[in-house]
Ligand binder design. Sequence first.
Ligand code: DX5
Ligand code: ZN
Length: 222
Amino acid sequence: MEKTSLIIAPSMLSSDFSRTAEEVESIKASGAQWVHLDVMDGRFVPNITFGPKFIKDLRPHSDLVFDTHLMVDEPERFITHFAQSGSDHITVHAEATVHLHRTLQMIRDCGCKAGVSLIPSSSVSSILPILDMVDLILIMTVNPGFGGQSLIPSTLEKIGELASIREKKGYKYLISVDGGINLSTVATIAKLGADVAVCGSAFFCEQDRAAFVRAMKEQAKA
Ligand code: DX5
Ligand code: ZN
C-alpha cells in the first residue's frame, strides 16, 4: 500500500456502543483516515466484542477505510463473513491460524487487503516467509483484549526491524501499531517507521477529536 504521512486509525472498541453511528461519523469529522474494528472471540483473547453484522450496519455511516482486526482463533472460518460485511482490510493474528499463508491468500481472494498481526511475545522471524504477501503488519504494543493499557516498550524494536526489512527487500506493506498509542507515544513509533497509529481510548476520551488528530500528526513529524 502507498506510504503517506501518519495515518490515524481510531478504534471503535473505545467508542460508546449505544451511539455507534454517531461515533463512527465523528472519526471522519476529526480528519482521521481509517476506522479500526476490533473483533474479539473470548478465546484467542479474554474479551468479546462484535461480529460481521455490527460492521455491516456501520458501513453506510462511513466511507473511510474499514480496518478489521480479528482477534479470533482460526480466523479462516470467518474471512468471507468479514469481507462481505464491508471490511477493506482484514488482519489476522499469526498466532491464531496454523496455515497463515493460506489464510492470507483467502483474504486476498475475497478482494480485501491482507494484514498479519503479532502479539507482544511473538517475533518478526515467525512471519518472514509471508512478508511478500501482506499489505499491512499490525504490531501489538499491548497484550490484545482491552483498550486503555500502557504500551510495552520491548515491542517497539519490531517496528524498526520491519521497516528495515521493507527497505532492504522492496516490500510495500504498511506498519501499523496498536495499543497504548497517544500523544506521548506517537512520536516514538513514527520515528521507528510506523505508518499507522491505532488509537482507541486516547481518541474517544477527547471532546475535540479534530484537535487531537492534528496534534497526533504534529507529534509524528516532530
Ligand atoms: C486491543 C485492541 C486495540 C485497542 C487499543 O486489543 O486491538 O485496537 O482498541 O486501545 P488503546 O488505544 O486504548 O490502547
Ligand atoms: Zn486492534
